[in-house]
Design a protein around this ligand. Structure first.
Ligand SMILES: Cc1cc2nc3c(=O)[nH]c(=O)nc-3n(C[C@H](O)[C@H](O)[C@H](O)COP(=O)(O)OP(=O)(O)OC[C@H]3O[C@@H](n4cnc5c(N)ncnc54)[C@H](O)[C@@H]3O)c2cc1C
Length: 285
């Protein structure tokens, strides 16, 4: 099969999707698309399936049943400019290939993240790791910005002074704050990218990394739209219920849903059968 070219992805190659005040994410290259997922899956399922399932059905089946390796056949390479505190969260995802701008080799540009006033929020009382949706007085928001700017300026002045005194770049940089921007190339396969996006588009992730993850989600939708749709349906917008939760909810589930009713749902015949199985399993708890 010749190299897969996806016109929707070609249109955005190298284009900057602006993120935060100085950041961006760019899709530099991609390998494969929905077609490659299907092609790889058919190696394991054999030719017979080709006539039974259309590409969309097959991709949705794979996603639903966590048959993940065909998704690894698609790769995406990004160029990202991001504040160091976002990079620290991002780099915890170990299944990508990374090459970062070197502050030992090059002078760091004077570019810092400053939140927009609307994003300055108080500490959440329900989530120790997050901010609440409450408003914070305007004068406090202004104070936050002033404090951040003063500290950024002062640390960068110190950095410049050290460089002017011919101190090595690798030492001069060590007091620069986490709000400074860095850049990297980041390459990952689609299976692991979905894992990253599931965690980082989610509301529990910090707003600043969510901005990037959402932009990358749009890019994935161009490279492999059927896989993206399946990811949204079966992973991102799905929920897991524990055994204890299901046991508590059991009373609300009907004994049996007649086939006629199930067939009226907007589900494929496979999904209807799977749903019936799930309901049966819940009743048995
Ligand atoms: C909302 C949120 C809050 C967080 N808070 C904290 C925090 O307070 N402190 C903190 O330290 N971290 C925190 N993290 C980071 C989190 O614990 C993970 O390190 C991060 O999300 C990467 O997840 P991962 O290991 O599944 O991903 P990846 O590194 O991308 O790995 C993908 C998958 O590959 C497998 N894998 C990869 N490498 C290994 C390995 N060496 N051994 C076994 N399996 C492997 C695992 O199945 C893993 O799920 C937080 C993350 C989120 C999303």
């Amino acid at each position: 099969m010749p190299r897969v070219i996806v016109s929707a992805a070609e249109e955005i190659l190298e284009k900057e999707y602006k993120c935060l005040n100085h950041g961006f994410v760019r899709l530099i290259d991609y390998m494969g698309s929905d077609e490659s997922i299907v092609q790889a899956a058919r190696v394991s399922y054999g030719k017979g399936t080709k006539t039974i399932r259309e590409d969309r059905t097959l991709i949705r089946y794979l996603m639903r049943h966590h048959h993940t390796t065909p998704f690894e056949m698609v790769e995406l390479k990004f160029h990202v400019k991001l504040p160091i505190f976002v990079a620290r969260q991002w780099i915890r995802h170990r299944t990508a290939n990374v090459n970062e701008y070197s502050g030992r080799y090059s002078i760091m540009p004077e570019e810092f993240y400053l939140p927009e006033k609307k994003d300055i929020k108080p500490q959440s009382t329900t989530n120790r790791q997050g901010r609440s949706e409450e408003e914070i007085p305007l004068e406090i928001r202004q104070k936050v910005l002033n404090l951040l700017m003063e500290e950024q300026k002062s640390s960068f002045n110190g950095y410049n002074e050290m460089l002017e005194s011919n101190v090595s770049r690798e030492l001069a940089r060590i007091n620069l704050p986490l709000s400074l921007y860095t850049q990297w190339y980041w390459k990952i396969d689609l299976h692991n990218l979905f894992h990253f996006l599931r965690l980082r588009i989610d509301d529990h992730a910090q707003y600043e990394i969510r901005v990037y993850a959402k932009a990358m989600g749009e890019m994935v939708n161009r490279v492999a739209p059927l896989a993206w749709e399946a990811f949204e349906d079966y992973i991102f917008n799905s929920i897991t219920l524990s055994k204890t939760e299901l046991t508590a909810l059991k009373e609300f589930f009907p004994e049996e849903i007649p086939n006629q009713k199930l067939e009226q749902l907007d589900l494929s015949s496979y999904e209807i059968a799977e749903l019936a199985e799930k309901l049966k399993k819940i009743r048995k708890l």
